[in-house]
Design a binder for this molecule. Structure first.
Ligand SMILES: [Zn+2]
Length: 231
């Protein structure tokens, strides 16, 4: 059956964006996965994961964009290898009012702007994202209010004869365990996802992202398919 609705699914290769893409697929959108390389440590692993996820979901297309400017800017420990990514007990040491070292300046806004341009060209009705309540605790560009305001901007950001796509964040109110349960429900390929900030072949098990992943599976009561270095 030919699908009439088109969605761009911004996908990092992690759990959240993969579940969001699986939801788009279940809602009968023709999915076009979109992945950005911005010099993140995990670039290679994320790209490998997204390729597998796109194939699993039967995506119509997989679009990659290179955004080296974000690495050039530095500052983030995800792109600047001279900075340390906090692991284990150091993860929760960020003080009130302090920017976490893993913050990448305006990353989601920049990613979304690129995904929106792609969406305009392919006449997408929607742009699916994995924004969620877990990430919103650390990063303001995961909040519902960010999505609402961005959708307003988008109305004026596409050509006047175009219907702008709507940004959808179906996980925006959910924490990791609920996202994983939702993932099982929509048959998302959780076993193909990659979350580790460090970018090693195996998940480190102790960076912030790995800690969320582990806890998420545990609290969801779902078997964790991940092979962690640090048990
Ligand atoms: Zn890790």
């Amino acid at each position: 059956m030919v699908k009439t609705k088109i969605a761009v699914c911004v996908c990092s290769g992690g759990i959240d964006s993969t579940v969001a893409a699986a939801i788009a697929s279940q809602e009968d959108y023709e999915t076009h996965l979109f992945h950005a390389s911005y010099g993140q440590r995990a670039e290679k692993r994320e790209k490998e994961a997204v390729e597998k996820i796109a194939a699993y979901l039967g995506a119509k297309e997989l679009k990659f964009v290179e955004l080296p400017f974000l690495k050039e800017l530095g500052r983030s420990s995800l792109t600047d290898i001279t900075r340390e990514v906090p692991v284990a007990e150091k993860v929760n040491l960020v003080k009130q009012g302090e920017t976490p070292s893993t913050w990448v300046p305006c990353r989601n806004l920049i990613l979304l702007a690129n995904a929106s341009a792609y969406g305009e060209v392919i006449s997408a009705e929607a742009i699916f994202l994995g924004f969620n309540a877990e990430e919103a605790r650390s990063y303001p560009d995961n909040e519902k209010e960010f999505v609402r305001r961005y959708n307003l901007v988008l109305e004026k950001a596409v050509a006047s004869y175009c219907q702008p796509p709507t940004v959808k964040a179906p996980l925006v109110d959910l924490l990791k365990p609920a996202i994983i349960k939702k993932g099982k429900e929509v048959e998302a390929p959780l076993h193909l996802t990659y979350s580790c900030y460090l970018g090693g072949k195996k998940h480190c098990g102790i960076c912030e992202s790995c800690l969320h992943r582990r806890r998420g599976f545990k609290e969801a009561g779902v078997e964790d398919p991940t092979d962690y270095i640090q048990e």
